[in-house]
Structures are given as structure tokens and as C-alpha cells.
Design a protein around this ligand. Structure first.
Ligand SMILES: Nc1ncnc2c1ncn2[C@@H]1O[C@H](COP(=O)(O)OP(=O)(O)OP(=O)(O)O)[C@@H](O)[C@H]1O
Ligand SMILES: [Mg+2]
Length: 587
């Protein structure tokens, strides 16, 4: 895996664009904040000029001026909010597809599905923050000194009080953050765990119900839910207490300005208008502090999301457009590959090497957990290699553009999973330029064309989430058609006959023959020997190693010879039982 030294280009563009827009908005915020002094100046003018001079004209003139300034400020305010909302939408628009891609790639590197889904939500968190009040508060905050200077000019002591109050409020926020940080990360973890139990329970409901552990499953959910609730309660309590204290402090501060103002007025150091002006200005000075405090959680969450995305995208995001290589035609070379299971880190394949040429089919056999499916995942590029290389016509598969290469690969995983959509969409891999001929050709080769025609809507039948409306055998054969779509050069079928009947198996053997004739390379993993009829090469996996590889007759002959004792005994056992059964039937 590459180190996260660089930042992903998509994210870099977005951040640079954000920075430029924010600088412009910062300047606009300066103007808004200067205009926001209008209220205070208006008070000063009313009390200290209009009232003392008792002139109605002056009153009207300064009022008209104030209204004009208010309107201008309002327009700027509205514009600023609108720009921020659009900015959020644009960030989402640019970031979401890239983040989604990264999330889809995460399981490959050992992250859980829940983590992947959370990462995909990070973009929502960022958009939410940008479109909310948070950025406005952050943009206004640096302009706080403007009000402080204004108040200072009225009376230095008042400015110190406001500044001190602001600092204490900020410290309170910091304290809240520190004392809830631990709980919030535990709460996050509990929420993720809860989501994964919920997901597992819903997915396994048939098993859970029939075997009577519904109660226990609900209990499992309830346990983690309670833990989550308790943590949430504690975090809210702490947050609530601090915000309560902040509110009281805020009220005291506001009154203190008035009280102190009155004191200085009595002493003759301040005019009456100044009290009101100072009060209005101090409210405005502290407003962004209040807002920042209110938006702090969102800010922290957005920052955390951005950092996670930054790290993951730098590591996982595939390189931008690669050179298009010519279609592979001749060879598949698996060159000393060693593979560790993502996340677990256990080596599941060591030093596996073999080579196949166009038109050849390999039957890969071996006991359970010997690494057959791991070979399939490795040569399809689904799992990263720790060492070695998989080459098509000499070029490492990692050199290919993934989408281009995908068209040359056909993969039927051991656990078939189809996607919510129509049969045609599933076969053509959701290609928007539907090629009906290719779809029908793939279905025909896979031997499912007739079966599909018998369905109520034929190729347009919607199969539901994960093909829920089909039988296991139907799903498997449909997945075979998907693997064969577009006559890919390399087809890997992982136990393609596990759910098939005799007719299905015959169709499968036929499909392998057809693919070989078209010049493809086919790798079939099988427990049952029937599939081996269609292959010319055989490999045997044992304990993560390829212990035998070669032409079918040679390898199978060798295998029988070396393990004659066990195999013969086993065979004898079965044939004896068989004979016994026949004898019983006859009698
Ligand atoms: N996601 C995973 N995380 C950790 N270990 C894994 C993972 N997938 C497979 N393994 C391990 O890799 C080894 C090989 O598994 P693999 O699925 O390749 O076996 P297989 O030969 O296909 O078995 P079967 O015939 O049962 O399908 C096993 O020991 C298994 O425990
Ligand atoms: Mg397997």
C-alpha cells in the first residue's frame, strides 16, 4: 500500500477552491461587520446628538442613513449565506463520487463494511457544516476586534470586560470539548457496533427465527444500544451543563456592561448614549463567540471527516487515467504471488505460480480452506498482492485502467451476489449502452436464455435486492452469464456448480468449452469432479500452496498415485456402501 504522503488531487482541488472562496467571503464578512456597527453609532447619534439638539431633521436624517446601511448589510448577509450553501453543494458534488469510490475500495484493505459506509457519510458531515451557521461564525470571529476597538474608544474598561468574557466563554468550549472527547469517541464506536449488529440481525432473520435465537439476537442489540444510550446521556449531560454555565455567564456579562456603563456615566466618564452603544456592540462582538460555541461539535466532526477522507483518499484512490493497453490475447502468468487476507494479515497464499495460454482451462481443486478462492480473488485483482505479480500478456494487472481491464475479466465468486435491478442489467454489469446481442449471447453461453424467457418479464424481470426473487441455482447461472458477458479474456469461476442440477452442470461444461474456443482462459475452482471434464489443465491447492500443476491426465494420475492409500480406501468405502445400497434395494 502506498504511504499517505501526498494528498488526493480531487481533494486538493476542492480545498484550494474552498480556500479562495473563503478568502473572498472573509473580506465580505469584514464589510458586514463594519456595517453591523450601524446600530451602535445610531444609538450614539440619537442619544448624544438628536436628543440633546432636539432636532427632528437630524433624527430623520440619521434614521434614513441607518436604514440604508441596514439594508446594505442585509443584502451582503443573504448573499454570504447563499454562497456558503452553494459552496457546500459544490464540495459535495465534487467529493461524493470520489469518497464513494474510496468507500467501495476499503473492504479490500481490511476495513469493515460499517467503516466503509461511515466514510461515505463523511461527505454529508462536511456539507452539513459548510451549509450551516458554523462558517459564518468562523468568518465573523476574526472581526471581533473591530467591536472591541469601538467599545475601547467609549471606555477601555468596558472593552476589557467584553474581551475577558469572550475568553472565558472560549475556555468553557474548550473544556466541554476536552471532557466529552473520550465519551464521544466511545459513543462513535458503540454506534458503529450497533449498526453492524442491526445489519447482521436483519440479514440473518430467517436463520435467527427458525432456530429460535430471536430473543438472544434482540438482546445482543439491546446491550449495545444501552451502552450507546448511556454514553450519549453522559455526553449530553456534560455538554448541557457547560452550555448552561455559558448562558448564565453571557447574561451576567450583558448586564455587567450596562451596570458598569451606568457607573461610569454617574461618574461623568461616559455619555448615556454610550451605555446603549456599548451594550449593542458587545452583544454583536460576542455573537460569533456564541455561534462558534454552538457550532463547535459540527466543526470538530467536519474537521475529523475531512482528515479521514484526506488520509484514505491519498492511500486508496487509484491513480488518474492510465495509458490504455491493448486487449490481452495470449497469456495469464501468475508469478510467485503471496497474498495476505485484508485486515487479518494472515498469509493465505504463498509463492503460487502458474501460466496458462489462450484457449486453456484450469481446474483448481483442493480441500476446503486450501486457498482456492484466494487464488481467484488475487488473480482478479480483488485482493492486493503482498508479493509477486499477475500478468496478462506480460503486463501487470495493476498497470491496467481498472474499468478497461474489467471488461476483459469475468468473475463468478463463490458467494454469488447480484444487484437490485433487472436481469439484463445484471448480465451487462449495468452498462448504460445496453448491447442486447451481447446480453443474449452471454445468457445463451451460460445456458440461461431459456430459463430467463420463462420468467414473467423475461430479461426485464426485476430480481430484487441480491436476486431475492430467484432460486440459488438461478442466481448462480445468472452470475455465470454476467461473468461471460462480452467474451472476457480471463474467466474465473469459483465453484460455479455448487447449486446446479445435472442440466446446469452440462450447460456449465458447454460454456467452458465455448469460452476456450473463443480464445479465453478459464480458471474453474471445483469440489465436484464433473466440471473437470471441460478443462485441460489441473492444479491442486494445499495449505495455501499450489502443490501440483500440469495437464489434467498427468496431474490426476500423479495425485491418485501419491495418495493412493487414502483415495483408494475412500473409494473402496463408497463403492462398498453403494453396492450395499444396491443389494438392499434388490432384495
Ligand atoms: N477475509 C478473510 N480474512 C481472513 N482470512 C481469510 C479470509 N478469507 C479467507 N481466509 C482464510 O484463507 C484461507 C483460504 O481460504 P479460501 O477461501 O481461499 O479457501 P478455499 O480453498 O476457497 O476453501 P473452500 O473450498 O471452503 O471454498 C482459509 O484459511 C481462510 O480462513
Ligand atoms: Mg472457496
Amino acid at each position: 500500500m502506498r504511504k499517505a504522503k501526498t494528498i488526493s488531487p480531487v481533494l486538493r482541488d476542492v480545498i484550494m477552491w474552498l480556500r479562495e472562496t473563503l478568502i473572498a467571503l472573509f473580506v465580505v464578512s469584514g464589510v458586514i461587520n463594519i456595517l453591523a456597527l450601524t446600530g451602535s453609532f445610531y444609538m450614539l447619534q440619537i442619544y448624544d446628538r438628536a436628543l440633546t439638539s432636539r432636532s427632528i431633521e437630524t433624527l430623520i436624517a440619521i434614521s434614513a442613513l441607518a436604514i440604508g446601511l441596514y439594508l446594505f448589510q442585509g443584502i451582503l448577509d443573504i448573499t454570504r449565506s447563499q454562497v456558503l450553501v452553494r459552496m457546500a453543494a459544490r464540495v459535495d458534488d465534487r467529493l461524493a463520487p470520489a469518497a464513494h469510490r474510496v468507500a467501495m475500495d476499503m473492504p479490500r484493505y481490511g476495513y469493515s463494511a460499517t467503516e466503509a459506509i461511515e466514510r461515505a457519510r463523511d461527505v454529508d458531515t462536511i456539507r452539513h457544516f459548510i451549509a450551516g451557521q458554523g462558517p459564518i461564525a468562523l468568518l465573523d470571529l476574526p472581526w471581533m476586534p473591530l467591536y472591541l476597538i469601538f467599545i475601547y474608544m467609549l471606555h477601555p474598561m468596558l472593552a476589557f470586560i467584553v474581551l475577558g468574557g469572550g475568553v472565558i466563554l472560549a475556555l468553557l468550549t474548550l473544556l466541554t470539548e476536552i471532557s466529552t472527547r473520550q465519551h464521544s469517541s466511545a459513543m462513535h464506536k458503540a454506534a458503529a457496533e450497533r449498526a453492524s449488529i442491526l445489519d447482521a440481525n436483519v440479514r440473518n432473520v430467517e436463520v435467527i427465527r427458525t432456530m429460535g435465537f430471536l430473543g438472544r439476537s434482540v438482546q445482543r442489540f439491546d446491550d449495545i444500544n444501552r451502552k450507546h444510550l448511556a454514553l450519549q446521556l453522559r455526553t449530553s449531560d456534560i455538554g448541557g451543563t457547560y452550555s448552561g454555565i455559558a448562558k448564565v455567564l453571557r447574561m451576567i456579562l450583558q448586564s455587567a456592561i450596562l451596570g458598569l456603563g451606568a457607573y461610569y456615566t454617574i461618574k461623568g466618564e461616559l455619555s448615556a448614549g454610550s451605555i446603549i452603544a456599548a451594550s449593542v456592540a458587545s452583544a454583536r462582538a460576542l455573537a460569533p463567540v456564541d455561534m462558534v460555541i454552538g457550532q463547535w461539535k459540527g466543526f470538530v466532526a467536519a474537521r475529523r471527516s475531512l482528515k479521514r477522507l484526506k488520509d484514505l483518499m491519498a492511500v486508496l484512490e487509484g491513480d488518474a487515467a492510465r495509458v490504455s493497453l491493448p486487449k490481452p490475447r495470449n497469456t495469464l502468468k501468475v508469478d510467485k504471488i503471496t497474498v495476505a487476507a485484508p485486515g487479518a494479515g494472515v498469509v493465505v497464499l504463498s509463492d503460487v505460480s502458474f501460466e496458462l495460454t489462450s484457449g486453456q482451462a484450469l481446474g483448481l481443486i483442493g480441500p476446503s480452506a486450501s486457498g482456492k478462492s484466494s487464488v481467484a480473488r488475487a488473480i482478479m485483482g480483488a485482493w492486493p498482492l503482498a508479493r509477486g505479480a499477475v500478468r496478462l500478456d506480460g503486463a501487470d494487472i495493476s498497470q491496467w485502467d481498472a474499468d478497461q481491464l474489467g471488461g476483459e475479466l469475468g468473475y463468478l465468486p463463490q458467494e454469488v451476489s447480484l444487484m437490485d435491478g433487472t436481469i439484463a442489467q445484471n448480465i451487462c454489469r449495468f452498462d448504460p449502452n445496453v448491447d442486447s446481442e451481447a446480453i443474449i449471447a452471454a445468457a445463451t453461453t451460460a445456458g440461461v436464455h431459456e430459463m430467463i424467457l420463462r420468467l414473467p418479464d423475461g430479461y426485464e424481470t426485476a430480481i430484487g435486492a441480491n436476486g431475492a426473487s430467484l432460486s440459488a441455482g438461478q442466481r448462480q447461472r445468472l452470475a455465470l452469464a454476467r461473468a461471460l458477458y462480452g467474451n472476457p479474456f480471463l474467466v474465473v469461476l469459483d465453484e460455479p456448480n455448487s447449486n446446479l442440477d445435472a442440466e446446469g452442470e452440462a450447460a456449465l461444461a458447454e460454456a467452458i468449452q465455448v469460452m476456450r474456443m473463443l480464445g479465453s482462459i478459464v480458471v474453474v475452482i471445483a469440489h465436484r469432479p464433473s466440471v473437470l471434464a471441460a478443462v485441460d489443465m489441473v492444479g491442486i491447492m494445499q495449505g495455501g500452496r499450489l502443490t501440483a500443476f500440469g495437464p489434467k491426465d498427468e496431474v490426476l494420475g500423479q495425485h491418485v498415485k501419491t495418495s493412493r492409500h487414502g483415495v483408494m480406501q475412500g473409494e473402496k468405502g463408497t463403492s462398498n456402501q453403494g453396492e450395499q445400497r444396491w443389494a438392499n434395494r434388490r432384495s
